[in-house]
Structures are given as C-alpha cells and as structure tokens.
Design a protein around this ligand. Structure first.
Ligand code: SF4
Length: 346
C-alpha cells in the first residue's frame, strides 16, 4: 500500500531521498511544489524521471474531497470534506481584513463529549492522519484561488474544529511540522493555535514537542463543579492540575495563553464567576476570549444578552486581563465554535 505524501514532514522526505540515493534537491522541490505553490497536481518540474517514477510508486497524492461548501454573508466558508474511507469532517475559513484564518478538524467526531458541543454528540469515530489535516488546508486554499482569486491568504491556523487535537497528538504535531516548514507553507509558530479542553497527557508533551505553538484552553468556568458538567474530562483532569501543567510550559517573549470562556445564561455568566475567573488568571500571561453560546439543537443552554456579556467583561477589565468578546461569525451556516457536526449535514 502506498503512503500518503502528505503524511511526511520535511525530515521524513529527506530520509526517503537519502535512502534511495536521489538528488537531495528532490525533497525541497516537492515541498516547494505542493506546499509553497499549493499545486494539487503531481510535480513535474526539476525532478528526474527516475525520481518521479519512484515517488509515484511509493506515494499517493490523494486529498480530501470537497463534498459541500456553505458560504455565509460575512464571507465565512464552511467545508464538508469527504475522506478516503467515506468519513466526513468540516473546516471553516474565517475572514479578517481580507485574509483568512482556518479552523481545522483533528478527529472524526470527538471523545470528550462536552455538553455544549454539537461535535461531542457524535462520539469519536477515528483520529485523522496528518495528510487529512494538511489536506483540509490545501483544499481550502485552492477553493479560495478558484472562487475568490487574489484572496488565497490563509495566515492563521486554529485547531478548534471537530475533535480534541491533543487526543490525536502525533498527527497534529506532524501537521504542524509540515505547516511550519520553511520549505513549504512556512507558517510562523505564533500563527498556529491549538485549542484543548484540558487533556493533560497532550499538555505534558507540549513543551518538548511543539514548543512555540500557541495554546488555547477551553476554560468555560473557574469552578470544577461547573466544568465537570461542561467538559466531562475535567473529572479525570481537574482544572487545578490543568493550570499547573499549562504554567509549566515556557512561553516565548510576548506569547500568552488564550482562555476561551463560553458564556451561558444563568449558568456561568454571573458576576461571581467573572471575579473568580479574574482572580485565577490575573497574574498569568493570559488573554480571554468571551464567546456567547451559539445555539445547538436539543440544548437547554441559552445565549446571554449583550448586557450580561458586557457586565462580565467589565469585571475582568478590573483585573487588567486583556479580554475580547468574540464576534460570532458563520452562525447562520452552523460554523461557529461547538457547532460542527458533519453527520448532520451529510
Ligand atoms: S468542544 Fe472540542 S473537545 Fe469538547 S466535544 Fe467538542 S470538539 Fe470535543
């Protein structure tokens, strides 16, 4: 069986080149062709026929297929991708100032079962391979080139789609290595953010294996009793331990950790919760994103009114923690945080 070319980072490819006594420029030419130039066709340039034949024999270049595309009025684009085994995952392009961030999925479904999350309702089907993660990026890029020519600028990558990225650490790590490679997309460390529900086994690998990549924690409450309800793995990995592990990860100059806080009316949007959050984060290099809850089917949670959201932020401001109320983009196509569930639209 062939290996996917897109499962290889640059070092893997160099090893293949060395082992087969190919010209050492082959690795950089291939990365340049497929990742810098974003060509989806096979590379035919500056590579000998012998090398091409060997590459053809060993690797396949299959990428996820675009199954459905939803565009919303604010230019958000939600993709439903079909993978080789027929599984489906979603990715979202989020526009900002004529550029885009892309929100990538790391698993088909998710094992974490967060109570506010549409994806969690699916359970975990399987984890994605690096090629299926990198493939979402390449296909979205090419969709932009075809449909919004001149706008193919995806400058930020966030792992906030379907799945708990740290529960699929090896594939997410390899995808990051591919994105970071200066021979390819050359995306900077600080332009990649991995969001976690607090999966400690993955957080423990962070400092050694993906240093410099931005970390976002789905906090949602400073109290274990509320977090247990929202994020059931909090029972196995309580907040205090999660925070200790995060504090042990060294940050680069000017780097901070983002704390995502989903505001649910009359559940975690009280002034007391805001003060407890402020006290917990005030001495840390923290940045808070407040996200008013996005409705999902069959949920009793409600979105708080703007005044409650503003009041929560005002309390955090007194602790001098940079806090942003995240503008919801794409909710008309169910592409906002916690709303991804590929089984519902297939
Ligand atoms: S919020 Fe994230 S970690 Fe929780 S169930 Fe949804 S996808 Fe999984």
């Amino acid at each position: 069986m062939k290996t996917s070319f897109y499962d290889l980072n640059f070092n893997d490819l160099c090893e293949f080149v060395q082992k087969n006594a190919l010209n050492e420029s082959v690795a950089s030419n291939l990365f340049n062709w497929h990742y810098k130039k974003k060509n989806l066709t096979k590379c035919t340039k500056d590579i000998s026929k012998t090398a091409l034949a060997l590459i053809d024999d060993k690797f396949d270049f299959e990428l996820p297929e675009v199954d459905l595309v939803h565009e919303s009025a604010d230019k958000t684009v939600k993709f439903l991708f079909k993978l080789q085994d027929g599984s489906k995952v979603e990715s979202v392009l989020i526009p900002f100032h004529n550029k885009y961030s892309i929100c990538l999925s790391s698993q088909v479904g998710c094992a974490m079962k967060c109570s506010f999350c549409f994806t969690g309702k699916q359970g975990l089907k399987r984890s994605l391979r690096p090629s299926e993660i990198v493939g979402q990026f390449l296909m979205a890029w090419n969709w932009l080139a075809e449909n919004r020519p001149g706008e193919e600028r995806i400058l930020n990558i966030v792992f906030m789609g379907q799945g708990e990225p740290l529960h699929n650490f090896d594939s997410v790590k390899k995808a990051c290595e591919i994105f970071l490679s200066k021979h390819g997309t050359s995306i900077g460390y600080q332009k990649i953010t991995i969001s976690t529900s607090g999966y400690i086994p993955g957080l423990k690998r962070w400092a050694d294996e993906i240093p410099g990549v931005n970390l976002a924690l789905s906090l949602h409450s400073p109290f274990d009793v509320k977090r247990d309800e929202l994020i059931p793995i909090n029972k196995a990995y309580p907040l205090e331990e999660v925070m200790k592990t995060i504090d042990s990860i060294p940050l680069a100059k000017k780097q901070f950790v983002t704390y995502e806080y989903l505001l649910i009316e009359n559940f975690n949007d009280n002034i007391e919760d805001a003060h407890a959050t402020g006290k917990m984060l005030k001495d840390k290099r923290a940045y808070i994103n407040l996200i008013p809850f996005n409705p999902i089917p069959d949920s009793t949670y409600k979105r708080p009114g703007n005044e409650r959201v503003a009041a929560f932020k005002e309390v955090l401001d007194t602790y001098k923690i940079p806090t942003l109320i995240r503008e919801t983009k794409g909710d008309e196509v169910m592409a906002a945080c916690g709303q991804l569930n590929s089984s519902e639209i297939s």
